[in-house]
Ligand binder design. Sequence first.
Ligand code: FEO
Length: 402
Amino acid sequence: MAQEILKDVFFIGYVDWEVRNFHGYSTNRGSSYNAYLVKSGDAYTLIDTVKRPYFEYYLANIKSVCDLKDIKYFIVNHVEPDHSGSFPLIEKYLPNAEIVASTKGVEILEQHYHQEVEAGRFKQIRAVKEGDTLDVGNGKIFTFVPIPMIHWSDSMVSFMTDENGKNILFSNDAFGQHLATSRIWDDENDLSVIMQEAEKYYANILLHLSGLIAKTIPKVAPLPIEIMCPSHGVCWRSHIPDILEKYVKWSSGEIEENSVLIVYDTMWNSTEKIAKALYKEIKSRGILVKRFRLTHADYSDVITEAMKAKAILIGSPTLNLGMFPSVAEYVCYQKGLKPINKIGIAFGSYGWSKGAVKEIVEQMEATKIEVIETIEIKFVPRPEDLNFKEVVDKLMAKMEGS
Ligand code: FEO
């Protein structure tokens, strides 16, 4: 059953309480695939779809609002399958709908849905570019703004002004959160939970695109947005300036507090002894420090902490001349997401041959993390090996100076 969230604007998406892994990202609070239907007189505009397994819910939601033949426009803001997965299924039910996507979106739709192209069903398709408008009738006008790489090259937002002058931004991935909730609005939910999930979403999905996002936010922020309807999680009506401010902060690499993240794994506890000694020394300086052992920690959560920290300390024992597998997996993930403006320390234990610390340094440098120190201890550290006063002095000086 669709939900009319505003006059003539219906939520027709699917709230996914079950999902706990979204292409490798842990979604401990579930997610949602938000899609919308807008009524303008006797006509309707469909905005996005849902993941394919939930097509039947989506179809039933649409049918609870209108006859499918009355859908005149079908806006595809983004082709990733969590939003377009039901595209080939719903598209055949829409004899009178013109498909609207960004220029890149048209290209990528064709690259995803080959059968529909071959069946000749892409005749009514409109490629839009920045600033193009679409009058869908009854005083409702859409303006399209491509936001390439938030999250794919095809991504765009659709800005709608209605007959009463109300302005709604359908922002797709931007400003979303992987969060399942029965309450659609930001002010109906716990704001700290929403912001935690928005932060985790940014760290795991968008962090490596921060340079582009920093250039895109100024295109979106000046729009007179009163309502923001993303394609995951809650819609924004009371905290739009707050989430915009967070995006500015996250995309610039600005951190709220000079803090340290220690992330490591251990085989026979030697590397853990180093991690704990570093933690103790840093804590004694009054600096916020967090410690995660990768055997037990989830790397989606750890990368969120990495985005917020000033210094990232990574430790691994040497196994088979290289990093412990869980550490290798984490640094690979971190390298792809590219946390901004960080300094680092690599540490670990080894037996007869070194290897792990060198590999961590290489991965950190490939991520543009400035490595200021390395620590390598043979087999089991003696108590005097665990005096890291000088190392932490150097770390503090670097953090304060940067
Ligand atoms: Fe939610 Fe890039 O898809």
